[in-house]
Every structure is written in C-alpha cells, then in structure tokens.
Design a protein around this ligand. Structure first.
Ligand code: UGA
Length: 429
C-alpha cells in the first residue's frame, strides 16, 4: 500500500519512517520546502536519536520519498495520514487551521477513494469536522473515510515508541477503514482498541492529562517530603511497586514542559468547560506545574539571600533530555525569573538553543558546563542530560564562587554532592 504522510514534524517524520521500515511505500509531504530538501538529503531538521540513520536507510531503500507537490501526492496515494501541528490558539484551544487546510487540499485534489487518518492531537469532534471540510472542498464527489489514530510516542524516544507501541487506538465508523488500518499495522504486536473517532480523540487527551496528573501529584508530594525530611524518590519507589500505581511518571522535579502536556491539558480543560463540566483536579495539576519552578527558586533565594548580581549557571534548556525541543521548557521559566531579579545568568545545553525571546537578554551562552559554572554562585540543573553525571564535580566546586547546587530533576546523588562539599538541594529530598 502507498501511504502519504502530511506534515514532517516529530510525529509526521517518525510515522513516515516507521511505515517505511514496515515495508510500505511512503511519501512525506510538507509545504516547507526547506525541511523537505533537508529530508531528501537524509538530514533531519530536529534532534531525535536514531531517526537520521533510519531516514538515510530508507532514502536508499526506495521505500521513502519527500515532496512539496500536494496535488500529485494526494492523487497518487489513497491512504493519507494527517500529522500537522495543532498549536494552542490565543484562547488555549487547539488551533485547527493547519488540519482544515490539509482537509481542504485533500478534498480538492481527490480523484478516487481515500482513507484519511488523523494522527494530530485534536479535540473531540474533529473527525466530523474534517469530514465536512473534505466534502465541501471536493470538486467532484469521490468516496472517502476519515478515521482517528492518535500517536503516543515521546520525544527523545520517538523511534522506540513508534516501533513498539503499547497500544494502537483506531477510531473508525467504517469497516473498510478499520480493515485498512489493521492491515497497515499487521506487523506490530500490541493490543489494538477499535472504537469510535470521538472516543479515540478523547483517549489521546485523557492519556496525556493523566500522565501530567501523576507528575503534579508527585511534585506536590515532594514539597511535603521537604517539610518532613523524607526522600520523595523513596516514596515514589515505594508507591510505584504497587502495579495499580506503577513506577513511571513519578519523577519529581521542576515540572513538565514540551509541546504536548501543557497544550493538551489546557485544551481538555476548555473542552470540559464548553461542555459544562468541571475538571477541578486537572485545574490543580496545571497550577502545581506553573509554580513548581518557583518552588525551587525559593530555595535558591533562601540560600543566597538575594538573586540580584549573583551569577547563576543553568544546566539544560530542553524540556527533557535527548531532544532539542525548548517549547514550554521549565528552564526558560527559570531563566526568565532569574533575569527579572537581576541575576547574571550563564547557560549550557548539549543540543538545545535558547528561546528566541531570551536571545536579546543578557545571558552568557557557554560551550561547556565548565564554562557556565566558572565563578557561579549557584548552579540550577533543569534538564537531566546524562553527561551531567560525568562532570568532575570536585573540579567544579573549585571553579565556582560558591558551591551551591539546586537539582531541579533530582538527578545527582545528594550524598555524593554533599561529600564533595556542595550545598545540595533537590526537590523533595
Ligand atoms: C508526551 C507523552 O508522554 C507521549 O505519550 C505523547 O505521545 C506525547 O506527549 C504527545 O502527545 O505527543 P513528550 O511530551 O515527548 O511525550 O515527553 P514526556 O516524556 O512525556 O515528558 C513530558 C514532560 O514531563 C517533560 O518535561 C518531562 O521532564 C516531564 N516529566 C516526565 C516529569 O517531570 N516527571 C516524570 O516522571 C516524567
């Protein structure tokens, strides 16, 4: 079967590569010719472990091609995945303008039966809207089905997750569409849930919102741990051994970020509001997350008395390790707060850049963690890149003005850091 993937961001590129790896013929389509040219040359336009190797493999294997010619691509392919962005609009709702544009393009260029499968994260009811957008853009009437097939991959682990999914969710009202999607995934061994498109769309939001809830739960528990002299890591381990709770997503820190959790939780809250339903627990999840970095900064301020004119080194800019994605990264919130209190800020990240709005600020960009830490009064660890564990912290203590370590990801060994002579504070330990 020939598959067209529209949108070559994280989800689109990974989807295209994984279907090529499964042996299907895949075309990736994007309006951004810069991205498409890079992909054609075997270069990824974002950092994601393992993906570039697979891209080069399938540019050679002949299973994968990229184009900007939407009419031809839609004409030649009968199975079309929509993988375009659904960023937060000004009111916090998911902005569906890219999805609408793609639906209208499909309607306009369709020449025979098409199956359109939506992978973008979209509010409940979008399958129906896509159906009507396609219908109204068709010049001649051609049959088509629209289904929902949400994606659950994580950035930094995109390839592993997409090749070995926990589950496949198919939201489809038509036997023909369901059968085709099952055929696409025939080589994948995992549970499959076939349900309605509305249910599939809600499963995606409910899933991300639940994971965000686990994080805010353990972060709030960490604040209590600090007061009680208890280690939150031990609490997380102890409760996580109960299979009904599970170990994952109980890592306390300076909060969740990224292009998914903040946007999706906010969109779900708006969906609930529009349907006269209160999701009060989720509202609290957001407020805990929004104050979590401030909780760590309180500890820094308490130690240094004032942040004004103190040099603070920030390690890590990405919203999590193994990615260069800085969208909604807690590190940016930390830096902004430090600057607003007249601290001198130096930063280091192995791959991620600074947020554009921070580029004009007086921030020292460092090529190595050592450079960032030189003469610093404190270091705040915002992203748990593995390399921070390999740093010679004994040497770092000597080059810092004051050896104060605030570990926003509870990454380093507290007893080791203290034995070296650091004043060490994590979150909940
Ligand atoms: C998340 C979901 O995990 C994926 O299943 C989903 O497909 C994706 O959103 C999406 O909707 O596209 P992602 O945002 O890539 O994936 O990253 P996560 O690994 O979920 O981490 C999100 C944030 O939570 C990060 O800032 C991370 O540092 C934080 N986090 C995660 C914690 O603070 N504690 C934890 O225990 C786990």
């Amino acid at each position: 079967m020939n598959i067209l993937v529209i949108g070559t961001g994280y989800v689109g590129t990974t989807t295209a590569l994984v279907f090529a790896e499964m042996g299907w013929n895949v075309t990736g389509l994007d309006t951004d010719s810069l991205k498409i040219n890079q992909l054609k040359q075997g270069n990824l336009h974002f950092y994601e472990p393992g993906l570039e190797e697979l891209l080069r493999k399938h540019m050679q294997s002949g299973h994968l091609q990229f184009t900007t010619d939407k009419d031809q691509a839609i004409n030649n392919n009968d199975i079309i995945f929509i993988c375009v962005g659904t960023p937060s609009g000004p009111d916090g709702n998911a902005d569906l303008s890219y999805v609408q544009q793609v639906a209208e393009d499909i309607g306009h260029a369709s020449n025979r039966y098409k199956l359109i499968i939506n992978k973008s994260t979209v509010p409940v009811g979008t399958q129906e809207r896509v159906t009507s957008w396609i219908k109204s853009a068709q010049i001649e009437s051609h049959p088509f089905d629209v289904a929902s097939n949400p994606e659950f991959l994580r950035e930094g682990k995109a390839l592993i997750d997409a090749l070995n999914p926990d589950r496949i969710i198919i939201g489809s009202n038509h036997e023909r569409a369901t059968h085709l999607i099952l055929t696409l995934y025939q080589s994948v061994n995992c549970p499959v849930v076939v349900t309605t498109p509305r249910t599939a769309e809600l499963i995606k939001y409910a899933s991300n919102a639940f994971l965000a809830t686990k994080i805010s739960y353990i972060n709030e528990m960490a604040r209590l741990c600090d007061k009680l002299g208890v280690h939150v890591k031990d609490v997380a381990e102890g409760i996580g051994l109960d299979p009904r709770i599970g170990q994952s997503f109980l890592q306390a820190g300076i909060g969740y970020g990224g292009s998914c959790f903040p946007k999706d939780v906010s969109a779900l809250l708006l969906t609930a509001k529009a349907n006269d339903t209160e999701l009060s627990l989720l509202e609290k999840v957001v407020s805990v997350n929004q104050t979590q970095h401030l909780y760590l900064l309180d500890k820094v301020r308490e130690r240094l008395e004032t942040l004004a004119h103190k040099k603070i080194a920030v390690l890590g800019l990405a919203f999590k390790p193994e990615t260069d994605d800085i969208r909604e990264a807690p590190a940016s919130r930390v830096i902004q707060s430090l600057l607003s209190e007249q601290a001198y800020v130096s930063v280091f990240d192995p791959v991620a850049p600074l947020e554009p709005y921070l580029l004009q600020q007086p921030i020292t960009w460092s090529a190595t963690p050592e450079d960032a830490l030189q003469h610093a009064d404190a270091v705040i660890l915002c992203t748990e890149w593995a390399i921070y564990q390999q740093i010679d912290w004994v040497q770092m203590k000597n080059i810092m003005n004051q050896p104060n370590m605030f570990d926003g990801r509870n990454m380093l060994e507290a007893t080791l850091m203290k034995s070296i002579g650091f004043y060490y504070q994590g979150i909940g330990c």
